[in-house]
Design a protein around this ligand. Structure first.
Ligand code: PLP
Length: 458
């Protein structure tokens, strides 16, 4: 494919007018803004016509791959028949049908679907629901939230307060008060029980009970946890972790919120990841894969018990968004689920995930690769200075390695993914769920070349 006919103008206009998210704009004083113009299957193409393997599914979003005309047509059909009506005391068919189907997939009695436009809003909605629910049910002091170190839960000020990454919060302090952090499940750097994953998991879960005790059980409303924590580089739950967390939440009457903004909709081979790890949340928050990225949509899925007080008398959940459950987005959500079912996407992930893991694990022969961890089609590769001691990079080295070299080098070699240092430096991978061994091999080959070069630079 040729360069985009309007390339020079797009470049200049991007630099002059487009404020990109989480972006160091000064980088583009001396380089071009990467402009992505189209996608096809597992690949995206930039405005110069170059092809890249979409190793991050956009941003953990694109489950079905690019160029799915079924999803585009569902959007067009809905926009033509009824572009918009809000869910404020009214309903429309695609939101109703998607709520029904999502509730059907969600575990246990998670039958009540509150649509948002994205993940941060879903997290925000879950915290607000927890607070109002306890006010309505005679425990008005329950309002605090426990979450984990380095976890990312979104950018609205409530969700950001729940987030456990100090550097992302500092510019906006003071944030919403009343959130508290406990250790995550980074077994590679386990501070205790480093040879016994189950014992480590139990220890980590018990820190939640301890935090609830420290704060006072009658002040704590909810615990927010991702099934596999993304930020920090894919921390799966140790065996038994969520079972112990569930016990703790039951003991203290604290709601367990499973933040599945990344992990739901097939990323881990199940519609919802709680199912994979065998626990029953009180709320699931989701977004991203619910439309495979063909329209923006998020959802908070709550249990029947949590909706119960809102079905009485004059009560209502004092919360909503104009665009939440947009008819076009919910129509796309339905078409997305149709493809999941028709093409057995969940089975495909389950039968290929071992291959993905084994392929990435080949990289552990490189001196810079400390750990390969994750599940399903969701992996993090932790980079270290010294494999034997697990010594990580200092700030200057991480800056040089990740920002100065890795992100760009991977991209130049044809792999779009993310080098992240919100915790220890990791390369994050979450390719479309349609990928197979040929894509895994391509990912591994590019990573091998670039990581090898990265080590020699140090
Ligand atoms: N929660 C988790 C676990 C996430 O990974 C993200 C985004 O990556 C969010 C919440 C925020 O979602 P959004 O960017 O759609 O607001």
């Amino acid at each position: 494919m040729d360069q985009h006919p309007d390339y020079d103008h797009l470049q200049q206009a991007a630099k002059d007018h487009l404020w990109m998210h989480f972006t160091r704009h000064s980088t583009y004083d001396t380089s071009d803004v990467p402009i992505i113009v189209r996608g096809e299957g597992a690949y995206i193409y930039d405005a110069k016509g170059k092809r890249y393997l979409d190793g991050l599914g956009g941003l953990f979003v694109n489950q079905l791959g690019h160029g799915r005309t079924e999803l585009a047509e569902a959007a067009a059909k809905q926009a033509a028949s009824m572009a918009f009506h809000p869910l404020w005391s009214y309903a429309h068919p695609t939101a109703i049908e998607l709520a029904e189907r999502v509730a059907d997939y969600a575990p246990g009695d998670l039958n009540r679907v509150f649509f948002t436009t994205g993940g941060g809003e879903a997290v925000e909605s879950a915290w607000k629901l927890a607070k109002q629910y306890f006010k309505l049910t005679g425990q008005p002091t329950k309002h605090k939230v426990i979450s984990r170190a380095i976890a990312y839960h979104g950018t609205p000020q409530g969700a950001l307060s729940i987030t456990g990454i100090p550097g992302m919060k500092a510019p906006f302090e003071p944030l919403v008060p009343s959130t508290f952090r406990v250790p995550n499940t980074n077994f590679y750097r386990a501070p205790v029980h480093e040879d016994d994953e189950e014992a480590f998991g139990l220890w980590a879960a018990n820190r939640i009970a301890e935090a609830i005790e420290f704060e006072g059980p009658d002040t704590v409303a909810a615990v927010f946890l991702e099934p596999v924590q993304n930020s920090g580089g894919c921390f799966p739950p140790p065996p038994g972790y969520f079972q112990r967390v569930r016990e703790i939440c039951d003991e203290y009457d604290v709601l367990l919120v499973s933040d599945e903004v990344i992990c739901a909709f097939g990323r881990l081979g199940h519609m919802f990841a709680a199912e994979r790890y065998g626990y029953q949340p009180d709320i699931i928050t989701c977004a991203k894969g619910i439309t495979s990225g063909y329209a923006p949509l998020g959802a908070m899925i709550a249990s029947d018990r949590l909706m119960e007080p809102f079905l009485q008398g004059h009560n209502s959940f004092m919360h909503g968004y104009t665009w939440g459950g947009h008819p076009v987005a919910t129509a796309v959500g339905l078409a997305n689920l149709d493809v999941f079912e028709k093409e057995n996407i969940l089975d495909h992930v389950r039968s290929n995930e071992d291959g993905f893991r084994a392929t990435l694990e080949r990289l552990t022969d490189l001196p810079i690769v400390g750990d390969v961890r994750g599940a399903g089609y969701f992996y993090g590769i932790e980079l270290v200075k010294d494999k034997g001691t697990k010594e990580t990079f200092n700030d200057a080295e991480a800056e040089k390695l990740l920002r100065g070299f890795l992100s760009k080098a991977l991209y130049d070699e044809g792999l779009y993914c993310r080098a992240d240092d919100r915790g220890d430096p990791v390369v994050q991978l979450a390719p479309p769920l349609i990928c197979d061994q040929s894509h895994f091999d391509e990912i591994e080959q590019i990573l091998r070349v670039v990581l090898d070069k990265a080590y020699t630079l140090l």
